[in-house]
Each structure stands twice: as C-alpha cells, then as structure tokens.
Design a protein around this ligand. Structure first.
Ligand SMILES: Cc1cc2nc3c(=O)[nH]c(=O)nc-3n(C[C@H](O)[C@H](O)[C@H](O)COP(=O)(O)OP(=O)(O)OC[C@H]3O[C@@H](n4cnc5c(N)ncnc54)[C@H](O)[C@@H]3O)c2cc1C
Length: 390
C-alpha cells in the first residue's frame, strides 16, 4: 500500500494541518471548507500576517502599487472548518505528524506541507553586499525607493540558481525597468542585460522563448543565456560567471538561489535534490498521511502560483475521495496559464502543459489590453475566493 492509500483515520472530525498559506495552502483550505465545512477541522499556519501575489512584488518594485495595497490579510479568512494561526513553524516530525511552532504543538491526522521556497543569498557570495535580490517583499519595498535614483551605467538582471519561481519574472523585470528608465528619459544612458542560467527563456517552448527574445531585442536588452553568475565582487561591482567570464555592472537585480525552508530540511522531508519528493498523482510524500504541494516539492513543473494552486485542487480531491470513499481523482495535468508584464500596461499570456501524454510544450498569446484585464480579474477572483474581499 502506498502512502497515498493509507486511509484517513475514522475520527468524527479529521484534523488537517496545512503548513503555509500561500497559493497552495490557501486553495487547499478553501476547497476543503467548500466541500466539507465543519465536518473537517483545518488549521492553516503561516508566519506572516498577509499574503502577497508574486506578481504584485514587481508592481511594488516599480512604483505601480503601494506596498499596503497588495497585502491580503489572513485575519479576513472566515471559512467553515478553517482556522488561521499566525505562527512560525519550528519543527516538523513527519512520522508522528506533529508540528511545533513558536506558540504551540499540533498533532494532525493529515499533514500538508505547502511552505514554498526560501532564498539562499549566501549561495551567491557578494550578492547581499553588491546587488539586490527582487523576490522578497522586503527587497522590493527597498528597491521601490532605490530604483528612481539609478540613472546611468550597466543594469544586469540575473537568474542565480538552476531554477526559480515564475520563469517569466526576470524578463518582466527587464521590460518594466526599461519602461521606467524610458519614462524618466534616461534609457539611453543605461546598457541593459539579462543573464540566465537557462539555455532559453522558457526552454520547453521555442514559441514563447522566441517572443521574449524578440521583445528583449526590440528594447535593446542583451540576453546572455546559460550564463549563471556564481559570485559578485561588491567592491568593484564585477560579476563572475560559471564559465569564468566577467561582467561589470552598476545595478544588479538578482533572482536568488532557491532552497526548501530549513524547517522542512531539518524535519527529514527532503530528498537529495533538496526538495520534498511526492507521488505526482496524489501529492503523497513517503511519510503516511503527509502530503506536499507547490514550490517546496520536486514536482517536474515550473514553480508558479498557478501550478501550486492546481496541485492543491488535485490534493483536495484526493483527500475528499479518501474521506467520502470513491474513486481516486484524475492526476494533476500540469496545465497552467501565466501572465507576463510586457511594459506600457500591456500583459501577454503563456500557456504550458507539463504532465500530459505529450512532451512539455507551451504557446504564447500576444500582449493586449484584454489580457491585462484578465490578469486583474485573476488576482481579484483569488482575493474573493480565499479572503472574501475585493
Ligand atoms: C517576482 C515574482 C513574480 C511571480 N509571478 C507569478 C505569476 O505571475 N504567476 C504565478 O503563477 N506565479 C508567480 N510567481 C510564483 C509564485 O509566487 C509562487 O510559485 C507561489 O507563491 C508558490 O506557492 P506555494 O503555495 O508553493 O508557496 P508560497 O506562496 O511561497 O507560500 C509559502 C508560505 O509558507 C510560509 N512559511 C514559510 N516558512 C514558514 C515557517 N517556518 N513558518 C510559518 N510559515 C512559513 C510563507 O510565509 C508563505 O506564505 C512569482 C513569484 C515572484 C517572486
């Protein structure tokens, strides 16, 4: 019997403990509440008081939205059967399904780890002193004040790890920086580069990669593919690339190396690749009754909110089938659409399929005002569904 098939204990109200209230945790708790209401006891734990969409970080960084406008507060969650706790998880015992936080100890019948990915700035020596990461809320709030002071020199946007959340984000950052510099009338004084560890912007799709490469060329932004920066000299502002080349810069915006949160690693949940191994049909880990979704897993799909959400929906169906009896649901298909900021308030869409019968593939839908409106509705629909707010 695989871990996924271990039946949920026949208790009057199963205790479901969800660690992490990001895309995965929010969708899972919403769906369980929708289907089961008070028949299940869901505890949702996150160290933060609020959720921020990944894409909103770029809006904050480039001054398009105020930091307080993009926060959805967990205190607004009011769903039958769901209780939110703002606590920091300090240890996870996956054998006992026991979790210790800074405020208490929890025992679960079903434990779901949805703690996302952390950033390891030290993995790129010199980044903290000589560059800026732009993937955390704290960093984008600082960059919002700093970027308007940058007016001339070499700007580098660099992917520093082998893979990362939201494959389009570094290119979106480049397009938005280009637009900001143009608006300020200083674009001609700045040479722009994107350096990526990957061989192409979206390696599974020539169509999507071609559209992004074309848009970079139109804006005179140079792309260095397969060029991962391994260290930065903060004194001279020179970045060294894996193959020994160097690049001098005045501004470096880095996508930091991603790692599983330490509490996940210390709990023995991760595999040698550093992430939680799962059965892609059920999201079961090797520990009975313990599941994982989203960026913290080693699932073979891109790390994006829409994938984490789709995985959480599938996991909800797996748990519902177990609780109610019935056939297991179809596995997650790895199909998702992501929005790509193209500059000048236009948004494009990329559509990908990862886990179907065909090899992973994707397509590109040209930027338009209609897709811009679609993206706004995407965010609003999640805020309504998860928080009951507009
Ligand atoms: C700049 C940027 C742009 C992006 N754009 C998009 C986009 O357009 N579309 C898209 O689909 N995705 C986008 N993403 C990616 C998306 O944000 C992530 O892939 C998604 O949030 C992953 O969901 P998750 O549930 O796995 O983890 P997360 O949403 O990261 O949630 C994990 C939660 O765990 C909590 N946590 C971690 N450790 C602890 C602890 N010890 N104790 C308590 N709580 C803890 C965190 O506070 C966090 O709330 C973007 C990301 C970035 C950075």
């Amino acid at each position: 019997m695989s871990a996924a098939q271990v039946p949920i204990p026949k208790v009057p109200t199963p205790r479901v403990l969800i660690l992490g209230a990001g895309f995965g945790g929010l969708e899972l708790s919403s769906r369980l509440s929708e289907e089961l209401g008070d028949a299940v006891s869901v505890t949702l734990i996150d160290k933060s008081d609020s959720f921020v969409f990944g894409f909103s970080k770029l809006d904050v960084m480039f001054g398009k939205r105020q930091p307080n406008e993009v926060r959805s507060y967990y205190r607004n969650i009011a769903k039958p059967g769901v209780e939110f706790r703002q606590e920091t998880i300090q240890s996870i015992d996956p054998n006992a399904k026991r979790v210790v936080t800074d405020k208490g100890t929890y025992d679960a019948d079903i434990l779901v780890v949805a703690l996302g990915a952390d950033y390891d700035l030290a993995a790129t020596p010199g980044l903290a002193e000589g560059g800026h990461e732009f993937y955390s809320v704290a960093a984008v709030e600082q960059l919002r004040d700093f970027l308007p002071t940058f007016s001339a020199g070499v700007a580098v946007i660099a992917v520093l790890g082998p893979f990362f959340k939201c494959p389009a984000a570094p290119f979106e950052a480049a397009f938005m920086l280009h637009e900001m510099l143009e608006e300020r009338g200083v674009r001609g004084d700045v040479k722009m580069y994107v350096l990526s560890s990957l061989p192409a912007p979206v390696p599974i799709s020539k169509e999507i990669s071609g559209a992004i490469i074309g848009a970079l060329a139109e804006r005179d932004i140079e792309l260095w593919a397969s060029s991962r920066i391994t260290s930065i000299d903060p004194a001279t502002h020179v970045a060294t690339i894996e193959d020994g080349r160097t690049l001098a810069f005045d501004l470096l915006l880095g996508v930091p190396v991603h790692v599983a949160p330490p509490v996940v690693v210390e709990g023995g949940l991760t595999e040698p690749d550093g992430w939680i191994g799962i059965d892609t049909a059920t999201f079961a880990t090797k520990f009975p009754g313990v599941y994982a979704v989203g960026d913290v897993t080693s699932t073979p799909v891109p790390r994006t909110g829409v994938m984490a959400e789709g995985e959480a929906r599938t996991l909800a169906n797996v748990l519902l089938a177990q609780l109610r009896g019935g056939d297991p649901p179809p596995p997650f298909d790895g199909v998702a659409a992501c929005y790509v900021e193209w500059g000048n308030d236009l948004v494009a869409r990329i559509e990908v399929e990862f886990l179907g019968d065909t090899p992973p593939h994707g397509s590109f839908i040209e930027p338009s005002a209609a897709i811009t409106a679609e993206k706004v509705e995407f965010g609003a629909s999640r805020r309504r569904r998860w928080f009951g707010t507009d």
